[in-house]
Design a protein around this ligand. Sequence first.
Ligand code: XBP
Ligand code: MG
Length: 268
Amino acid sequence: MQNIRTFEWRPGNAAAKFTMRRRTRQKGDLLLEALLFDVDGTLADTEELHRQAFNAAFVEHGLEWDWGPAKYAQLLAVAGGKERLARYLDSLVLEEEERERLRARLPEIHRTKTRFYQAFFAAGRCPLRPGVARLIADARAAGLKLAIASTTTASNVEALLDATLGEPPHRLFHALVCGDQVAQKKPAPDAYRLALELLQVHPARALAFEDSPNGVRAAKAAGLAVVVTPTRWNADADFGDADLVRPSLEGLGLSELERIFARRDAVA
Ligand code: XBP
Ligand code: MG
């Protein structure tokens, strides 16, 4: 009988110690206790919709800014729409007074963008990626804990889940960590660390699903194994230390995920 480590999280601070309890592994026990999902690019290929929403907001605010696909692909290196706007503004050649005047308007521009984005979703313009709904359903049926760890806003996540699965986040996930809930966005590990704390699951018993280099770095920094399903926005990216890279989650079952864990456990 193989002993496996189980961990009891003592809530308190991010450095909370794990109390290790040993128990005999029961036949059929999953090593895996939790799945943590990124949203944009992972649950759905949303970045084209974000791009169109940014451009629609620029028009509404009378700005001659226009983010084409190539420009947006560059800007995606910055996680967070507000941070992306700020980085773009800093790249423009402007009188400092004009730059600061525009900087003061960025939160309002981002709110407009979010309104357009959610309207596009409501119009059914972005389905879930292949395999996502099935994996979420299988994981819930197997009793795994599920969380969202995203850079986008909670209202965008609600719009996505409502438009695609017809459910609010709390009916599908045990924890939801979004955008401004953490001090530092991806590639910092904050969102994943908070999601693990809310789930009370040790990182060695959880798996993250991502689409971008920033997301992989965030999950790895939180101690998680990571499955990457790149979209066209990151097709050429180097996902060096990801545990599995595949075109989508289609056909990916819990048994294959357990094999990733068994490999890690064997190494650990
Ligand atoms: C991807 C992001 C988000 C979106 C834009 O989030 O970086 O910022 O590009 O959404 P994820 P906001 O971690 O889910 O891949 O404008 O709401 O930030
Ligand atoms: Mg993403």
